[in-house]
Design a binder for this molecule. Structure first.
Ligand code: FMN
Length: 343
């Protein structure tokens, strides 16, 4: 098979070990609040992603039994159940890790990358990077509370003047962290500018842990370049998976459908969307499920028809509250040939 990622020596389709776990390949789905729920993770896994992370789970809310957090932490029967936890107090983080492990998690990921003000004002997410000693106490508490591998996701640092991912990764490795993922931006960048894959080389030089590069990876070319420039062992895909749950798997399997826009036939996209919709209805029930699904539908439509040529159907699909009507429109839009629908 032609190597679509010519720039790197990393074989993205090869398994990778994370502590005691073995992942089947090196293309992972990123944790994304509001996106990487059980239905989306199931699809991404089905299409071949090597690892899929839950949405961020607020540790204290999970410990206090908040239903929304319990739902986010579910594994959905996936062969590898990876739960990402966030928080600012060691005791809640440790307990949330333990609860997740007791509920079947195979891996706990600690969020040290979220830039959102509501999270950083509470001194969790990427704010932890401003106080490495404090962050280490959290990390040690989680590692001490569970037997499964604990991994860490972070940014390069808080801002350009305080890039400390390399030092933190080194300390995390000594504490027993099993893998480090780096979103190659600072917190103060939020999502602006471009991810600086070269900057992650410094993390590579301070740790021999499995290293995951994240940020702006959208296809074979960017995956190859990010691996080559960072020296990382695996890639993590976030926003490019919108409306494309198959993307991580397509990268891992060197499939041409990882070109960024869908090159799957509309018929197969239709059955993927229907499967996604049914999973969402099952997971959330129809009232919340339909609301949750609208953003996905909108991304699927955009991916298939950037020129919005189906807009009357689009409006109808995105405003309907009737699952049967939505199923019918998905069939109409995605399961017939484009010519038939456009006529
Ligand atoms: C809508 C959205 C939600 C996110 N939620 C989380 C989260 O819960 N935990 C986390 O560590 N990162 C979260 N992220 C960050 C992503 O995991 C990823 O680091 C970032 O989007 C950069 O990767 P990308 O360029 O491939 O999207 C989120 C990003 C987006 C866009």
């Amino acid at each position: 098979m032609k190597n679509l990622m010519e720039k790197t020596n990393v074989d993205i389709s090869a398994p990778i070990k994370i502590g005691t776990l073995t992942c089947r390949n090196r293309a992972f789905l990123a944790p994304m609040s509001g996106i990487s729920d059980v239905p989306f993770r199931k699809l991404a896994w089905k299409f071949g992603a090597g690892l899929v992370f839950s949405e961020m789970v607020a540790s204290e809310a999970l410990v206090s039994g908040q239903a929304e957090m319990e739902m986010k932490a579910l594994g959905g029967g996936l062969p590898i159940h990876a739960v990402q936890i966030a928080g600012r107090q060691a005791k809640w983080m440790a307990l949330a890790g333990k609860i997740s492990e007791d509920n079947g998690a195979d891996l706990i990921d600690i969020n040290m990358g979220c830039p959102a003000r509501r999270v950083t004002n509470g001194l969790s997410g990427s704010a932890l990077m401003r106080d490495p000693d404090y962050a280490m106490r959290l990390i040690e508490a989680v590692i001490g509370a569970v037997k499964i591998p604990v991994t860490l996701k972070m940014r390069l640092g808080w801002d350009d003047q305080t890039i400390n991912a390399p030092q933190l990764a080194m300390r995390a490795q000594s504490a027993g962290i099993a893998m480090v993922s780096v979103h190659a931006r600072t917190r103060c960048q939020f999502y602006k500018g471009s991810a600086d894959w070269d900057a992650v080389r410094a993390v590579r030089s301070t740790t021999n842990l499995p290293l995951v590069i994240n940020g702006d990876i959208i296809d074979h070319q960017t995956a190859g370049e990010a691996l080559e420039r960072s020296g990382a062992d695996a890639v993590m895909i976030g926003r490019a998976s919108y409306g494309a749950p198959w993307l991580a798997g397509a990268l891992a399997n060197q499939s041409p459908s990882a070109k960024g826009n869908s090159s799957l036939a509309p018929e197969s996209v239709g059955s993927i969307i229907l499967e996604h919709f049914e999973e969402v209805l099952l997971h959330y029930g129809s009232q919340i499920g339909i609301r949750q699904f609208r953003k996905h539908l909108s991304w699927y439509i955009d991916r298939l028809s950037a020129d919005n040529r189906y807009s009357p159907l689009r409006i109808s699909m995105l405003t309907s509250s009737d699952p049967n009507h939505i199923r019918k429109l998905i069939n109409q839009l995605f399961c017939q040939s484009i010519e038939t629908v456009a006529a």
